[in-house]
Write a protein that binds this ligand. Structure first.
Ligand SMILES: [Zn+2]
Ligand SMILES: [Zn+2]
Length: 183
C-alpha cells in the first residue's frame, strides 16, 4: 500500500516536471542550441527567447472567437516553429500556462503561454509545434529592413490560403474578412 502510494506520487511529479526537460523549456547551453537567428521578449522583459530557425514553417491568421477574445484583437497572427528551434532563456520560469479547453492553469498541451508579470501572450504550444506571436520578435533596423525581416514570419498569409473559424478543415471556412464562406 505504502509503495503503491509512493509510485503514484512519483508518476504525478514526472508528468508535471516532464515538460521542463524538453524544448522549448529545456535549459540547454547556447552552443548546443546553435546560432541564434532571432531574439524576442515580452513587454516587461521577464520572458526572453531565442530562435535558431530563420523562417517560419507556416503562418496563420486565426479569426475564431476564442482567439479574438484571448488576444483582444480582430484575429490572432501566429508563426509556426518546431519546439526544438526555440530556447527560453529562463526555461519555464516566469511563464504562465492556460488550458483554454479546461479553463485552468494546469500545464498540458495545447496550452496558451504568457508572461506571468505583464501577461503578454507569448505563444500557443501545441503537441508538436509552437505557434509564436511574431510581434515579440526583435526586428530592429530601418523601416525597410523591418518590412523585409517581417516576411520571415508571414509565409503564406497573403496568398489567398483558406481561413477557418476553428481547426483547419474541421470548421467553418471564412473569407479574408472573417465572414463565413457561402457554399
Ligand atoms: Zn513580461
Ligand atoms: Zn483561433
Amino acid at each position: 500500500m505504502c509503495c503503491a502510494k509512493t509510485n503514484e506520487s512519483l508518476e504525478v511529479n514526472a508528468d508535471v516536471e516532464d515538460y521542463t526537460n524538453r524544448p522549448p523549456y529545456l535549459l540547454q547551453p547556447l552552443q548546443r542550441f546553435g546560432e541564434t537567428k532571432w531574439r524576442a521578449h515580452c513587454q516587461c522583459g521577464q520572458v526572453k527567447y531565442a530562435l535558431r530557425r530563420a523562417r517560419t514553417l507556416n503562418a496563420k491568421f486565426c479569426h475564431c472567437r476564442q482567439c479574438q477574445v484571448l488576444h483582444g484583437a480582430p484575429f490572432q497572427w501566429a508563426a509556426i516553429f518546431p519546439k526544438e528551434d526555440i530556447r527560453f532563456e529562463n526555461g519555464p520560469e516566469g511563464l504562465s500556462f492556460y488550458a483554454a479547453g479546461e479553463k485552468n492553469h494546469k500545464y498540458q498541451t495545447p496550452t496558451k503561454v504568457s508572461c506571468s508579470i505583464c501577461r503578454t501572450p507569448i505563444m500557443d504550444e501545441g503537441r508538436n509545434m509552437c505557434l509564436l506571436f511574431p510581434q515579440l520578435i526583435d526586428l530592429s533596423g530601418s523601416p525597410d529592413e523591418q518590412r523585409h525581416r517581417m516576411q520571415h514570419f508571414c509565409q503564406h498569409i497573403h496568398d489567398g490560403i483558406a481561413k477557418w473559424s476553428g481547426m483547419d478543415e474541421q470548421s467553418q471556412q471564412l473569407d479574408d474578412d472573417g465572414q463565413p464562406l457561402k457554399p
